[in-house]
Design a protein around this ligand. Structure first.
Ligand SMILES: Cc1cc2nc3c(=O)[nH]c(=O)nc-3n(C[C@H](O)[C@H](O)[C@H](O)COP(=O)(O)OP(=O)(O)OC[C@H]3O[C@@H](n4cnc5c(N)ncnc54)[C@H](O)[C@@H]3O)c2cc1C
Length: 512
């Protein structure tokens, strides 16, 4: 049992998961959160009587999170009620609606119905991508802190199956001949804020995971998962200090020794864990003289994900739409090019609509709906003037939504409303360049080339969350917490051992 003292900067899912794992091992954990609420991008947004998830709405692979809970003697399922969604989502291409099922056999039949001759491709997709997932997942669970980490049996076994040189789109072209079907299995690159034509083929595992293990909705919203981790932290004596921003990580002799809070207070800590957005943290949380590899000028040159324009609508009517809906642009490829390359707003854009009320009655008063719509848009490295464009984008989204028969005339039923633009993500939520999915997952920013879990520039300092290895979706963020806390505990154990050996030798009068 250790009561070493941990300061965590940020109560996003990464910081909470790290806090839970360490509190469960006897560490004295304090999480400092500058907002008035926990969860970061995975927080709850309340507008009047309506409850929304601010960011993540897709929960995949909950068994991984359950492993984290189990490792501290708890079960996720005692804290959160999960429902499995069927269909997974409704995808709309022009007039065609395709709603893959949680049951792969049903999905195969639907594929044959809408895209004749492609059913066998789905079978091959599940078989081949399943083998890839088995080889790739150990890599997501281990750190990449030094070159020798590449010299493992796991990596050699996985290499031929990583498909890292192909793009996600190339991979899917091997299974399907219909563009729409390829998009149905590649749009998941957007979960990483990337283009299917640029995202390394390794990430086809995202659509595989959905089809293999399903999509899940926690009653109350995905933010409930953050509440659950917070609860476990409290049970182990840890704490989250809300409205308590950290101004700087205090460093002495190259090691983190505590944090300076925005209120001027200095707090000593044996370890500091940074969950704040990577780009923002490197620009503000350290004295630049303490940084070498992560100096702001270098961080600014890295590649970042796209951003999102968000619309949260509390509407005075029940909406009969599936839980997840994606409306694809007529020319999806051009839309993705606008977002990722030319960095302009598309006239014809893709939109995601979340209608959780269809599976969860707790989010809006009876007979009403909490709708969330998201448009992927360029991050702030583009030249869109968000103060000028915000209203036009809102209008574009509502008009597009109203084309669905289920949402016809919806603007008349809006009772409460909130928007978040890329600029708001940066200014109000400390998301560097409004890149909502953090650093891009390009080959030159993955594994060893991603900021390391053990922060390279400052000792006793660790990174968790979307800006470190393995990446920026919830399952990988939970893995980042597991990897970073494992490294931290190993370091503490080995330092304890060497202190013990030194003390014994001294007691025996030996020379050290
Ligand atoms: C719109 C949207 C939709 C998404 N959808 C999905 C999805 O469906 N599925 C999925 O798996 N992932 C999704 N993601 C991606 C990702 O899972 C979430 O963004 C996730 O919340 C990121 O977690 P994190 O731990 O990296 O950091 P964050 O959630 O950003 O948390 C960081 C925390 O640090 C705090 N902080 C920052 N600076 C300081 C400071 N100086 N002092 C104290 N506190 C500070 C912040 O206030 C924040 O609470 C989505 C993201 C967005 C934005």
């Amino acid at each position: 049992m250790s009561n070493r003292n941990i300061a965590i900067i940020g109560a996003g899912p990464g910081g909470l998961a790290a806090g839970m794992l360490l509190a469960g091992q006897g560490y004295d954990v304090t999480i400092y959160e500058k907002q008035t609420y926990i969860g970061g991008r995975t927080s709850r947004l309340q507008l009047g009587d309506y409850l929304f998830d601010r960011g993540p709405t897709f929960l995949m692979y909950p068994s991984l999170l359950e492993e984290l809970f189990q490792s501290v003697g708890r079960s996720l399922y005692d804290y959160v009620k999960l429902v499995t969604l069927d269909p997974l989502y409704r995808l709309q291409f022009g007039e065609l609606q395709f709603s893959p099922s949680a049951n792969p056999e049903h999905t195969e039949a639907l594929i044959e119905q809408h895209f004749p001759g492609n059913g066998a491709g789905f079978q091959r997709f599940m078989a081949e991508e399943g083998k890839k997932f088995d080889r790739v997942s150990p890599l997501l669970q281990r750190p990449f802190g030094k070159l020798s980490d590449y010299m493992s049996r796991e990596l050699f076994a996985a290499l031929p199956r990583l498909n890292a040189i192909d793009s996600v789109y190339d991979r899917l072209s091997r299974y399907f001949d219909d563009e729409r079907l390829k998009f149905a299995f590649t749009f998941q690159a957007k979960y990483l804020g990337m283009s299917p034509w640029e995202c390394p083929g390794t990430f086809t595992i995202l659509s595989y995971l959905e089809h293999k293990f399903g999509l899940h909705h926690p009653i109350g919203g995905v933010n409930r998962i953050c509440e659950a981790m917070h609860q476990v932290i409290r049970e182990y004596g840890g704490r989250v200090m809300l409205s308590t921003g950290v101004k700087q990580v205090l460093v002495r002799g190259g090691r983190a020794v505590g944090v300076l809070l925005e209120n001027g207070e200095k707090v000593a800590a044996d370890h500091v864990i940074v969950n704040a957005d990577y780009g923002t943290a490197m620009h503000g949380l350290f004295d630049e003289r303490d940084l070498s590899r992560h100096k702001p000028v270098k961080v600014a040159r890295k590649k970042y994900s796209c951003s999102t324009y968000m619309l949260y609508l509390g509407v005075n009517r029940a909406v009969d739409l599936p839980h997840h809906n994606v409306l694809f642009a007529e020319d999806y490829r051009a839309n993705v090019r606008d977002i990722m390359q030319t960095k302009v707003l598309s006239k014809d854009a893709s939109i995601y609509i979340h209608n959780p009320g269809i599976s969860d009655p707790t989010l809006a008063p009876a007979g009403k709906s909490a709708l969330y719509a998201l448009m992927p848009v360029p991050n702030l490295t583009g030249s869109v003037d968000w103060q000028e464009q915000a209203e036009a984008v809102r209008e574009q989204m509502i008009s597009r939504m109203e084309q669905l028969p289920e949402l016809a005339g919806i603007r008349q039923d809006i009772e409460v409303e909130r928007t978040i633009t890329p600029l708001d993500w940066q200014v109000d939520h400390d998301v560097y360049r409004g890149a909502t999915f953090n650093l891009a997952h390009t080959l030159d920013q993955m594994m060893l080339l991603r900021p390391h879990n053990r922060f390279e520039d400052v000792g006793n300092c660790w990174l968790v969350g979307g800006g470190t290895h393995p990446g920026s979706g919830l399952p990988t963020i939970f893995e980042s917490a597991r990897i970073s806390t494992r490294l931290l505990m190993e370091q503490d154990r080995s330092r304890r051992m060497s202190r013990l050996i030194t003390t014994r030798s001294l007691l025996r009068g030996e020379k050290i």
